[in-house]
Design a protein around this ligand. Structure first.
Ligand code: ADP
Ligand code: MG
Length: 698
């Protein structure tokens, strides 16, 4: 868009400083561009006129056409109202107003033909009427095909200052008339052709004032396509330029891996694990810096993959680091990998917030000397004092807990080359979201579980059956299992939640005399938390009563039962994560979802989904449909998902089409330098000036 669209909104006819200030504040509309992109959120169907005799109680908003035959106020005081009648060749209908009587009365003239738009409702003695209809004098336009009337979102405050949807519609009309000659095509001709897209100018007119349903669909498709196309183009360009700019260390020696594989690996890798290791290996010897996302459901065995890749870096004379979001997880990685490292004669360190200063000093020195091969830890790894001799691979576990800034801090830990970066997540992300959030990363997926795993059996039990559930738990403990009992604690500060947890803990202690029980929640000091966690991991306690702090990554293969209290209060992703804590050993595992009898529709769908499937991607798709994309990813990353029109839950096909188009285009013209692609170059320049905040991506 050109300078025209940067014009401040107060200069639009009919706006002025006072209204402009309101539009700024209430709707974030500052410029012509902002207003014209304040698209309708729905349309009222004015394509059909009903006859008065056709009207029925309970119809949606409808429009009729007729002459005003009567106009009078009735009643007194608070009961005062304005009554009118409108007549067509089939009958007569009463119209009524309870508010703004004077204003309406002044505007209306008996004997004139009007179009009335409203909802027919039965009142009193079975007579139909229409309260607060919109009335317009019939114009020639009404005799043609009719139209879809745009409805714009507005606020109570704006409405009270007469900036309602209709006023916004009028402003849009004024603006569009001025704007048409400034709307430039933003997509190359070839793209318009191959995807049958209507021109931008046409789309902008039709989205505000559609001629009919078909044109509205075309306008929507065209604009959603453009929106998604530019996001994909940007992501793909970032990927290409990073590949060109950032050289990566070349790791091609594999004798350490072979040695480990032949002598020390206790199980056979799954085909999926082998496949992703090959993909990572290809990256790490390519000479380009790797930026890869490794997706794999809980329990799919990402840790060992990470370890093998670390061996690759170490084999090439470099060091490796692995960062986890919590101390418990970092300790678990350390304890899990240390024996493997020892077998290979490698030195490993653990660095967290509670590492003692004396130990810290040793670790810092060993890192600098290159004597420490693998460092695991929490975000304590990111501190500036932590310097490596030659960091070759950085692994980030459970990435959704880490922001972009933290990732880039890890990059800086090697001054010659950016280290290769492997980001691991167990949060299944629907494809459409992954394409948008990680569209610039290469993605590997472990889509297979280690052999011999028995799928967790999931049951739904009502609170009233608790005693039976306790009986089942006792039996399982007798067989040697350990058990998690999880309580929701959405806000760790919520007193009633904490009380529920403590009450639950006490009743379990009473019901399981002689059986040691652990408790862990967010209000505890980190030391105390870890101490309790470790007791459970070592098998000293049999039951772990906890909040969702145990959600991510914890691996206790002896734990075979997961009881989730108030399961209706958890989201699907969380339930899936929690269930992933069990089913890691040889035993049959169970997940028991406890709820009240009363359940909302969504809660019922969530519970049913959990019972129906253990496939994380299936679950993620249901979640996306229930919650919508912004909510799904949390606020941290929602910036990327602030789409004006497209909806990642519903527009998967358009997204795929747009991404394919962007890939094709960049393959043919990586620099976008050809004359046909000049609309793209111009549009990207203008986008830089507008709202989209690209720094949040990557
Ligand atoms: P996640 O992908 O959730 O991080 P982990 O790496 O913690 O999963 O692995 C879960 C468990 O499965 C660990 O105990 C690990 O040793 C084991 N495991 C990993 N790969 C295999 C395999 N190929 N065969 C058998 N067990 C495996
Ligand atoms: Mg893990």
């Amino acid at each position: 868009m050109t300078g025209f669209f940067e014009t401040r909104i107060e200069f639009l006819k009919g706006v002025g400083p006072a209204k402009s200030a309101l539009l700024n504040k209430e709707l974030n509309i500052f410029t012509y561009a902002d207003l014209i992109q304040h698209y309708p959120f729905r349309y009222e169907d004015r394509t059909k006129f009903y006859k008065i005799s056709e009207l029925k109680d309970g119809m949606p908003f409808v429009q009729i056409k007729g002459f005003l035959t009567f106009l009078e106020t009735a009643g007194y005081g608070r009961k005062k109202r304005l009554i009118a009648r409108i007549k067509d060749d089939t009958g007569e209908l009463e119209l009524v107003w309870f508010k703004g009587l004077q204003w309406v009365q002044k505007k209306l003239q008996p004997g004139v033909e009007y179009v009335a738009f409203g909802k027919p409702v039965i009142y009193g003695h079975g007579k139909l009427n229409m309260a607060h209809p919109e009335l317009d004098i019939v114009t020639p336009q009404h005799d043609t095909s009719g139209y879809l009337q745009p409805v714009y979102s507005t606020t109570e405050k704006l409405k009270s200052k007469f900036l309602d949807s209709r006023t916004l519609m009028k402003l849009q009309a004024v603006l569009l008339e001025k704007a048409v000659n400034h709307i430039h095509e933003t997509l190359p001709y070839a793209v318009l052709q191959s995807f049958k897209l209507i021109p931008k100018k046409e789309a902008m007119i039709q989205i505000h004032f559609p001629d009919n349903h078909q044109m509205l669909q075309k306008a929507l498709f065209r604009l959603k396509f453009e929106e998604l196309f530019y996001i994909q183009l940007k992501l793909l360009q970032m990927k290409v330029s990073r590949m060109e700019k950032y050289k990566g260390m070349v790791f091609s020696k594999t004798n350490l891996i072979t040695e480990f594989y032949n002598k020390h690996l206790l199980f056979e890798l799954t085909c999926a694990q082998k496949k992703v290791i090959r993909e990572i290996y290809r990256d790490m010897r390519s000479g380009k810096q790797m930026n890869r996302l490794l997706q794999g459901d809980v329990g799919s065995g990402k840790t060992i993959v990470a370890f093998l890749c670390m061996l690759l870096a170490i084999n090439g004379g470099a060091q490796a680091a692995m960062m986890a979001p919590t101390e418990t997880l970092a300790i678990q990685h350390f304890n899990g990998l240390k024996p493997l490292a020892l077998k290979m004669g490698l030195h490993m360190g653990l660095l967290t917030g509670s590492t003692k200063t004396s130990e810290r000093k040793i670790i810092h020195q060993m890192l600098l000397d290159g004597n420490l091969h693998i460092l695991t830890g929490t975000h304590a790894l990111l501190e500036d004092v932590v310097r490596f001799k030659n960091l070759g691979l950085a692994v980030i576990d459970e990435q959704h807990r880490f922001g972009v800034a933290q990732r880039s801090k890890l990059w800086q830990k090697n001054s010659n080359y950016y280290p290769h970066m492997l980001v691991m997540t167990a949060t299944p992300i629907p494809r459409t979201l992954a394409m948008t959030l990680y569209g610039d990363l290469d993605v590997s997926v472990i889509d297979e579980m280690p052999a011999g795993r028995k799928p967790v059996k999931t049951l739904h039990r009502y609170d009233s059956m608790r005693l039976k559930v306790f009986g089942f738990m006792k039996e399982e403990i007798r067989k040697g299992s350990q058990i998690y009992v999880v309580y929701p604690l959405i806000e760790e500060s919520e007193k009633s939640d904490l009380k529920d947890l403590m009450d639950g803990y006490e009743s379990i202690c009473r019901a399981f005399p002689g059986i040691p029980v652990s408790i862990v929640h967010g209000k505890m000091k980190p030391d105390a938390k870890d101490y309790e966690m470790q007791r459970f991991i070592k098998g000293e306690t049999k039951i772990m009563v906890a909040t969702t702090v145990i959600e991510v990554g914890v691996d206790v293969s002896n734990a075979a039962v997961m009881v989730i209290e108030n399961a209706e209060r958890f989201g699907l992703a969380q339930l899936h994560q929690l269930r992933g804590r069990v089913g890691r050993g040889f035993r049959q595992s169970w997940c028991i979802l406890m709820t009240d009898y009363k359940l909302s529709k969504d809660a019922r769908i969530r519970i049913e989904t959990m019972i129906r499937t253990t496939d994380g991607f299936d679950i993620a798709d249901v979640d996306l449909k229930l919650r919508g994309p912004g909510d799904l990813m949390g606020t941290q990353q929602s910036g990327v998902l602030d789409l004006l029109l497209a909806d990642l839950g519903k527009d998967a096909v358009i997204l795929q089409t747009a991404r394919d188009a962007a890939i094709l285009l960049l393959e043919k013209d990586p620099q976008l330098s050809s004359p046909e692609n000049s609309p793209i170059r111009k549009h990207i320049d203008s986008l830089k000036k507008t709202v989209v905040n690209w720094s949040r991506i990557s």
